[in-house]
Design a protein around this ligand. Structure first.
Ligand SMILES: *Cc1c(COP(=O)(O)O)cnc(C)c1O
Length: 228
């Protein structure tokens, strides 16, 4: 299958899952996760109409952004090291999906403020408590969200989460359902809330059924990766 065919298939699946979930067609945004993929493959997806892409390494993002069309919406989805923040501040980042610690928020605020810049971000939740995963535990979330009020250059637009690595549909959907509940609670208090980013190649159907409006799909679009 070509990337163009994959994009068409995944878009069709998203449409049908939207219908199944009872949400309007077009309400779930597809982020094509292009990490490790060379620029020509991203260009192929772009030519098929795809505009939102996800990267998890700063250097890779920067060189691809340089090379590829300027209207691409670049999403940063991986753990962001504080010493890399300076490289992304003046770049056009559509959304950071992985705001996961106050340390990072502090450095972001400092550098953004110095440039008169702003950043939209999602707070990453770790609801399955897997210690290989980044993200805020549910019991720490209220305090974390309150602490973020001290960093006005960052606009929190919602949450991102990754389904548990173990367990089947039931366990994975349970985690997505909890994320949606938490999202709704905060969305009721913040007009900026807009995105619940959850669902990857193997579980985006379940994520959409549980209320995701942004899915991060890599291998189903670009094929298997050699690493990461
Ligand atoms: C790699 C990655 C994805 C995409 O994974 P696939 O299984 O290839 O769809 C989504 N989200 C995050 C945070 C990732 O690191």
């Amino acid at each position: 299958m070509s990337i163009t065919e994959n994009i068409m298939r995944v878009r069709g699946q998203i449409d049908s899952f939207e219908t199944k979930a009872g949400v309007p067609n077009g309400s779930v945004e597809l982020i094509a996760v292009s990490k490790t993929m060379p620029a020509d493959k991203i260009q192929e997806a772009y030519d098929a109409g795809q505009r939102s892409f996800g990267e998890n390494r700063v250097q890779e993002f920067l060189s691809k952004q340089e090379e590829l069309p300027k209207d691409i919406r670049w999403n940063l989805i991986g753990r962001l090291q504080t010493n890399k923040v300076k490289y992304i501040i003046s770049k056009d980042v559509y959304l950071l999906h992985s705001l996961d610690r106050i340390d990072l928020a502090k450095v972001l605020q400092q550098k953004l403020d110095a440039q008169g810049a702003r950043l939209d971000a999602l707070v990453q939740l770790n609801l399955s408590r897997e210690d290989t995963k980044s993200g805020i535990y549910e019991e720490d979330l209220d305090a974390f969200m309150q602490a973020l009020a001290a960093f006005p250059a960052i606009t929190v637009k919602g949450f991102m989460t990754i389904g548990p690595m173990v367990g089947g549909e039931k366990e994975i959907r349970e985690v997505f359902r909890r994320a949606k509940g938490i999202y709704d609670r905060f969305a009721a208090q913040s007009a900026a809330f807009q995105y619940l980013s959850m669902g990857m190649s193997h579980d985006f159907e379940w994520a959409i059924m549980e209320g995701s409006n942004m899915v991060r799909v890599g291998s189903a679009v670009f094929g298997e990766r050699d690493y990461q």
